[in-house]
Unconditional design. Structure first.
Length: 239
């Protein structure tokens, strides 16, 4: 097998998540409607909702939707979050709860283990990049997320005009890395967009399962944090 020269990462769910945590945001929002949720329930709900988002991005990406279409999408997204948390609500109520979620003050922030992990990978001689479905310019994404100087580049759907699992966005990342697909690993949290997309593009897929949504997954290497990602990459390189 060719030498591993690059490791590419997804962004949301892989390198970054909600701050404050998504279960806290949801708990505050649903309390307005007399509902309660648990961390485990919210994790299960986001697992379903994020898979729904992946399927949507593969057909008509959110960036191409008008305001009404986006509202309908996020109402259904919230409906799935609540379903996983044990609440069956209609689309209208889900939309109202999503509006409350939007009122919360939150941001997308890096997980605590990310910067040190990325720096370790780069210090070991690997090229490190980000391939994200976020609708943003690559440099703006790196600056906003505090990743400038800790990765070599980013590729976004906002710049390429295509979303994962489309192989073209992976190929754009490989082009920036200057490596062949067989020389790169891709680390992501979503099976369809990240793992199957990377596999279809010829990269070596690595699942990072921070919320244990795929505890029984065995088709590709499964990790749970940056420490286990680094250990896996070191193992691959030592063979």
């Amino acid at each position: 097998m060719p030498e591993l020269k690059a490791v590419l990462f997804d962004m949301y769910g892989t390198l970054a998540g909600f701050d404050p945590p998504r279960e806290q945001i949801q708990a505050e929002a649903v309390a307005k409607f007399g509902l309660t949720v648990t961390t485990e329930g919210i994790d299960a709900g986001y697992h379903m909702a994020d898979e729904f988002m992946t399927r949507q991005n593969a057909t008509k990406p959110l960036r191409k939707m008008n305001g009404n279409e986006q509202w309908t999408f996020f109402s259904r997204y919230e409906q799935l979050v609540l379903q996983g948390a044990g609440h069956e609500v209609d689309l209208t109520l889900a939309g109202e709860i999503w509006a409350e979620v939007r009122k919360r003050e939150y941001r997308i922030a890096l997980f605590p283990d990310v910067i040190d992990g990325l720096d370790q990978l780069r210090d070991s001689g690997l090229i490190v990049g980000v391939v994200s479905n976020m609708n943003s310019g690559s440099q703006r994404l790196l600056d906003d997320m505090g990743l400038t100087g800790h990765v070599d580049f980013a590729v976004t759907s906002g710049e390429t005009g295509v979303e994962k699992p489309d192989r073209r966005i992976f190929e754009a990342g490989l082009l920036k890395a200057g490596v062949d697909a067989s020389e790169a690993a891709f680390v992501g949290d979503q099976l369809e967009s990240d793992i199957f997309g990377a596999e279809n593009a010829g990269l070596r897929p690595v699942l990072i399962d921070r919320y244990n949504g795929h505890s029984g997954y065995e088709n590709h290497p499964r990790t749970t944090d940056m420490e286990s990602v680094i250990a896996l990459i070191e193992s691959i390189r030592s063979k």
